[in-house]
Design a protein around this ligand. Sequence first.
Ligand SMILES: N=CN[C@@H](CCC(=O)O)C(=O)O
Ligand SMILES: [Zn+2]
Length: 408
Amino acid sequence: MQKSFINIGKLYQVRAEGTNLLRGPIMADVPFLENAWMTVKDGLIEDFGKMEDFVPSENEETVDVKGCIITPTFVDSHTHLVFAQDRDEEFVMKIKGMDYQSIAQAGGGILNSAKKLQETPLEILVERASARLNEAIKAGTGAIEIKSGYGLTTTAELKMLKVIAHLKQDFKIPIKATFLGAHAFPTEDKERYMQTIIQEMLPEIFSNQLADYIDCFCEKGYYSVDQMRTILEAGQKFDLKPKVHVNQFNAIGGIENAIEFGALSVDHLEVLPDEEITLLKDSDTLPVALPGCSFYLNIPFAPGRKMIDNGLPLVLASDFNPGSAPSFNMSTINSLACIRMKLLPQEAFNATTFNAAFALELENEVGSITKGKRANFIIGKKDKTLNSISYNFGVNWIDKVYLNGEEF
Ligand SMILES: N=CN[C@@H](CCC(=O)O)C(=O)O
Ligand SMILES: [Zn+2]
């Protein structure tokens, strides 16, 4: 079934098939067609052009968008969307002056989420995660990565990955699953837990094809560089490419080592020395910044402006999780990147759509208005522009979300 969207005020992020990742200054450009049409067929973008050249096909449905903008949906390449419960009590502790590390030491943090998740049945987790994903899609997300890491036992980590497998079946957007057993140590006996990851979790995950990537929280008080290397080496044996948490609070060498392991991305980067910017520039590993986490924890923002000025292909994601970034709203991520990292709205938009698709190896499927890509797009409310996405922080600019050519 063919459908044409006509009278599109501006059709944003129009790119030719095979366009490369955007690095440095070209991130400031979001190509668009003014007064445009777009045709979708069998869930894919079939064609587009200027209204003056529009020729309706027989029997096709037309949707008049009356001058509103159309953009591709966002790609959220880093989330922890599966969890048992919010941690809003920690929000209050934080307001009263406690920081992330002291909240964790007081029984909050990742271990708190793990305890709750271990006690929660799979069906309930599916129900809660589905409700969140539903809202995230309504807020414009059309492809997503979801991590495990709140299980921290073999049973609970597998349960989390099975929840993600259910979401993959139930939702019509691309979803990538990342195994994050190495998120925290659930016991004093660190060596024993590492062996559980390597000898129990990974073989089981591999034989049931439950993960696309492997992750590790490389940070003082969590996983050392050596421990991360051991985990990534084990992941390699099961064909799991790394996407890792590094440089959130300290630069301890995670980036260099992740690059050596061919990591697809290094995520967080709030603390990023110049030498590590150079290392990233000379690598194929993508830098992913998470401004929602910086805002919520009141910690430094990753130097996004500097990364782009140094020619890096910046990606931005939500880091949606109950402890350090309780928002999946990718428009808010655009606002924070502009206001706090000094990105232009076009740069933030490219970092949450076109470049973000590469951070999930989905660049042939989503992230732009390109013939043959999925027809996952957003129709803006009247008079909204690309700038509105970042400028109107906290305001919903979205009228409708379409997935595979159908209204969501
Ligand atoms: N930094 C590590 N992991 C998460 C936070 C997890 C939590 O606090 O529950 C993050 O990416 O920010
Ligand atoms: Zn994270």
